[in-house]
Design a protein around this ligand. Structure first.
Ligand code: ADP
Ligand code: MG
Length: 795
């Protein structure tokens, strides 16, 4: 018997799927119960399923300290001021609440902007965007990266579909100003990553304008390793009662535990050799080198590439093209060993994996910037090393580092281990003119950066040995630093002005004390000027404290004399969005071509104009290029920006037309004249050939001039006929007469003329002979003829 297996179907009651509203209300209820100390895993937070899934898939299981401490408050909708060391996971601390906020508000794509995340640099915005994409993969929201250097039109069209926008301040403001699709009226949350940087002077006006446009009813979250506590900043953001979360405030040091920090005092002219030696000794490491300006980064990169150090070199700076910037950023992320030269655009927030060394070749602006730069290594439980290079005059920065709880040890430069590259650089620059110019620009940019630093106790431009520095860069002749010369001059002028001020003060004082009459004093004044001056020096030295004296010589950042349009100033800035805000160029608009044209019209500048002067200094007008009519010239002189007078322009055109026609006629005439001349020349040449055929074998050109030998009147017969012609031949030779004949004759070579004359005179002589030989018929009889002859003889 065959038994068939029977399948028995078991019916289980189906799990009822909770409606989203129930899930959301449960989550919201749980928010109130969050206790950071009891949180061990992300699962312990009341988070939505898509977020948990996204975190797990990216191996984010255990929250870091700042995440554990802050996420609960953020979920509850409180304003947050979060501070934690570099590399401690602040990004997730704000991204998770952002996703949850949208989820709990059942935000749909069509509802527009809900969260705005602002960061100071493009690379950082990109990095945050990538992290958001990873952890938010199971959510339905749309996110947009709005940064400078990208396709503005493309962004413009899609802006209204963006639920989470990650942006840099300048580009955001541009959209706010220009894009009708930009609408932030429903926005729920504003996040500032690297908040202190976003709110500092560099972005001040841009951020103020952005904040003005945002709805006041919103949550605000600020994060940074060096958080702002400035009441002014908080007031700007309308943060009345924010929750301050600083997880490492009580820790011994403000920098990551795995970071080994050292500093080195080094002369400016030794920096290049130091860097070269460092690279050669760390060929298997991933190194990030900070410099103070774009031009330095560019030059160091270019020149050291030529020296082939044996590791890949990269450069990242603000004036680079956006695509290249991104390529460099990604390349350095991927590489296991490389050296990246960068400005401070790489100082904030960037999470390059596994950086072994951070070298600060130029001194950072302040202790906070030091923390951010050094924080590019030893991130998230890893270790790393940092080297700060300072000049002997920059040692006061060490006090600031100490007061910020930064453990840093001095290491000495071993001069024997320094490999000088100066000679090689000199040779390289001698061959490469472009590189030499780059070196010159780097030189000036560095000095400018020192000059513009706010902290004059640390940065002293007068202490720089600029000549030695220039030589160390490979420059045989140090470039002129105009702004420095100007500054020194104005400094001297200030001192003199101060002296004379003191002098007047002193005089007043004397006048009051002196019992002698005013009249006598005033009389004495000019003579006693010298002695007063002496006194005033004394007064200056004794009476003004050191502090005041310092103040007198201090150039404050906003007051500096360097022209605003100078690109060196721009490149010195750490900020990404130069166009929209910079402490050096506050309220400065970009100089567009149209603006430039307007400026030129206003100042009546004619581009590429060449003025020719004659010997007596009169302007020579080129009729073909300038307007010659009186009317046109009058109009040009009375030219103003108020537009074009069409009627007058027509009139001028008619006037100018007359001159043009005249010019044309003259040209045609000249052309005809030239043609005629050529034709005549050809004819003469023919004749010459013909005449030379007569005396083929005899070239008489070598004979001496018979006129000179015998005098002009010797051959009267010949002279009478040929004189006018011969005269014209010789006298007109240097004559400038425009007569065609003369012109033509003056072209002929002397011996040929002689030959021609001889041949002509031969012909004439022939003619005369012929006449002489012929009998003359008088019409009279022979007797009458004889009588006539006798009469003539008598007379
Ligand atoms: P911060 O903004 O504080 O400087 P980041 O947010 O850039 O730090 O994070 C630094 C690194 O730590 C990143 O590589 C990030 O992926 C990693 N990280 C952050 N949070 C966690 C976590 N909970 N678990 C594992 N890795 C994390
Ligand atoms: Mg960060």
């Amino acid at each position: 018997m065959v038994y068939k297996k029977r399948k028995i179907k078991v019916f289980r009651p189906r799990k009822k799927k909770e409606s989203i509203d129930v899930v959301i209300s449960k989550l919201k209820q749980d928010y109130e119960k969050i206790d950071p100390s009891s949180i061990e895993k992300f699962d312990d937070f009341p988070l939505s399923a898509p977020t948990i899934k996204g975190l797990k898939e990216n191996k984010y299981l255990i929250p870091t300290e700042i995440q554990r401490e802050s996420i609960g408050y953020s979920l509850r909708g409180e304003d947050i001021l979060g501070a934690a060391k570099t590399g401690s996971g602040k990004t997730l601390a704000f991204l998770i609440p952002v996703l949850e906020l949208l989820y709990c508000n059942k935000w749909t794509r069509s509802e527009g902007l809900a969260a705005l995340i602002i960061t100071p640099t493009r690379e950082l915005a990109y990095q945050i965007f990538e992290t958001l994409r990873k952890i938010g993969i199971h959510h339905e929201f749309s996110a947009g990266l709005i940064i400078g250097g990208k396709d503005l039109k493309f962004e413009r069209k899609r802006l209204d579909q963006c639920n989470i926008m990650i942006c840099t301040p300048g580009r955001l403001l541009q959209h706010m100003d220009e894009n009708p699709l930009f609408d932030c009226s429903n926005m729920l949350v504003l996040v500032l990553d690297e908040a202190d940087r976003c709110l500092d002077m560099g972005f001040e006006s841009t951020m103020n304008s952005i904040i003005e446009n945002l709805p006041p009813e919103r949550q605000t979250i600020l994060f940074s390793a060096t958080q702002t506590k400035s009441v002014r900043d908080l007031a700007r953001l309308s943060l009345s009662n924010p929750h301050f979360i600083s997880v490492h405030e009580t820790s011994e040091y403000s920098t990551p535990a795995g970071l080994v920090q050292s500093y080195m005092v080094c002369e400016l002219h030794d920096k290049m050799s130091l860097l070269w030696s460092f690279i050669k000794n760390h060929l298997h490491h991933k190194v990030l080198v900070f410099m103070s300006s774009c031009k330095q980064v560019k030059y160091f990169y270019e020149v050291l590439c030529k020296l082939r150090p044996g590791t890949s070199l990269l450069a990242l700076y603000g004036t680079m093209h956006q695509t290249k910037r991104m390529a460099v950023y990604e390349s350095f992320c991927r590489k296991q060993r490389a050296v990246l030269f960068a400005t401070d655009i790489a100082a904030r927030g960037l999470d390059f994996p596994a950086v072994n060394w951070v070298v600060q070749l130029d001194c950072p602006e302040n202790a906070n910037e030091y923390i951010h730069r050094a924080g590019r290594t030893a991130r998230f439980q890893k270790s790393g090393e940092s080297l700060l290079v300072i000049l002997p005059s920059e040692t006061p920065i060490l006090e600031q580092l100490e007061s910020k709880k930064i453990p840093i040890q001095e290491i000495k430069v071993n001069p024997s281990k320094l490999t000088s590259v100066q000679r090689t650089l000199e040779a390289t620059l001698a061959k490469d003119h472009i590189l030499k110019e780059s070196a010159q620009r780097a030189f000036v940019a560095y000095i400018k950066s020192v000059f513009l630093m706010k902290d004059k106790k640390v940065f002293n431009v007068s202490a720089l040995d600029t000549d030695a520095f220039a030589r160390s860069l490979g420059l045989a002749v140090p470039p002129r630093v105009r702004f420095l010369q100007k500054w020194k001059k104005s400094k001297e002028a200030k001192i003199i002005a101060k002296e004379s001020e003191d002098l007047t003060l002193n005089n007043d004082l004397r006048n009051k004390l002196n019992k002698t009459s005013d009249y006598e004093n005033s009389e004495d004044e000019p003579e006693s000027d010298h002695s007063y001056r002496k006194d005033s020096y004394k007064f200056h030295d004794d009476g003004i404290s050191d502090e005041e004296n310092d103040d007198l010589l201090t150039i404050k950042r906003k007051d500096h004399n360097i022209p605003d349009n100078n690109d060196d100033i721009q490149e010195n800035s750490n900020n990404e969005e130069q166009i929209y805000g910079d402490f050096n160029k506050k309220n400065k608009k970009p100089l567009t071509k149209a603006a430039l044209a307007k400026k030129m019209i206003k100042k009546k500048i004619k581009p590429n104009q060449k003025t020719v002067f004659d010997e007596i200094g009169e302007v020579v007008l080129d009729k073909t290029k300038t307007k010659v009519s009186d009317l046109a010239r009058e109009y040009e002189n009375s030219y103003d920006i108020g537009g074009i007078d069409i009627e007058k322009a027509k009139q001028i055109l008619r006037e100018e037309d007359k001159f043009d026609k005249q010019l044309f006629r003259e040209k045609v005439k000249a052309k005809h004249r030239e043609q005629k001349r050529k034709a005549k020349e050809a004819k003469r040449a023919e004749m010459e050939d013909a005449s030379s055929d007569d005396d083929v074998s005899v070239d008489l050109s070598w004979l001496p001039d018979p006129d000179k030998v015998y005098g002009k009147n010797n051959n009267s017969e010949l002279d009478n006929d040929s004189q006018p012609e011969s005269n014209s031949n010789y006298e007109d030779e240097d004559d400038d007469d425009e007569d065609e004949k003369d012109e033509e004759l003056s072209q002929i070579h002397k011996p040929t003329k002689r030959k021609l004359l001889i041949s002509n005179s031969n012909k004439k002589r022939k003619k005369l002979n012929e006449i002489e030989d012929e009998p003359v018929d008088t019409g009279l009889s022979l007797v009458e003829d004889e009588e006539l002859a006798l009469q003539m003889l008598d007379t």
